[in-house]
Design a protein around this ligand. Sequence first.
Ligand code: PSU
Ligand code: MN
Length: 302
Amino acid sequence: MLMVSEEVREAIAARRPVVALESTIIAHGLPRPRNLQVARELEAAVRQEGAVPATIAVLDGRPRVGLDEEQLERVADEDGIRKLGHRDLAPAVAAGVSGATTVSATALLAALAGVRVFATGGLGGVHREWTVTQDESADLGLLARTRITVVCAGVKSILDVPATLQRLETLGVAVAGYGTDRFPGFYLSDSGHAVDWRLDTPGQVAGVMRAQDALGGPGSALIVANPVPEDEQLDPAVHARVLDEALRACAAEGVTGQGVTPFLLDYLVRHTDGASLSANLAAVRGNVRLAARVAAAWAAGE
Ligand code: PSU
Ligand code: MN
């Protein structure tokens, strides 16, 4: 059922470092044709750090962990490729369709394949207007039940960040700042909120992962929140202004459900003259590199 590429399978069997990468950010989170370049660049960054990249997607009804060049191109270029959360995996498999996987679907498939470390941009979470729409990303619930380490730049700042942090607390998902006591704000280095735990080295992250395993208990995730460097963040004033416009446009156009996140991300790219894209890419690159180092520390048993 699960198609694990030969390279990834061998790396897992030999306990070499592997980093899972999601595909929704490529198919639905970044503009074409830049998205394919980014997908390749992220895989290259993982390799540069001495780990094996495992980009995850569903192609023709087959969940795949580790894509070849042609498969990566399909994810980036195929018109109408779906966005799949974890609940969509079985219907997509049964229907034989292709789709990019969100954090929830990627984390689930990675864990099933035996990949422990996963890098992404920003997690999904609780949307503003939750009291009206009840829109909370399935990412949170899945991470409460899946033993995986997710390196991210916090949650997307288009969300209600304090509500999302509260939900993570309620769901029992561990959150640590990497090199910081502040929760990062995706495009911004600091969301304005604190975190309870701070980790400063890949070895310390691996130490928490080992402690999770030693303690047992519910198999929940570890979120390593890695801030975009301050000199690469989006100007906070521009961020506040354009985000406000984007949220109003989203409501005015009646966008709901799965469409909300791609709509807002695209609006920000188009109305910040690409500055939000640069900040987004800087964040993802940093996360991918850190994830590879964490995977290496984990594999080395440091
Ligand atoms: N972060 C990004 N770009 C993205 C996403 C996150 O920088 O495109 C995607 C992730 O795949 C995440 C998803 O899981 O958005 C959340 O979507 P929703 O809010 O519909 O659950
Ligand atoms: Mn949603």
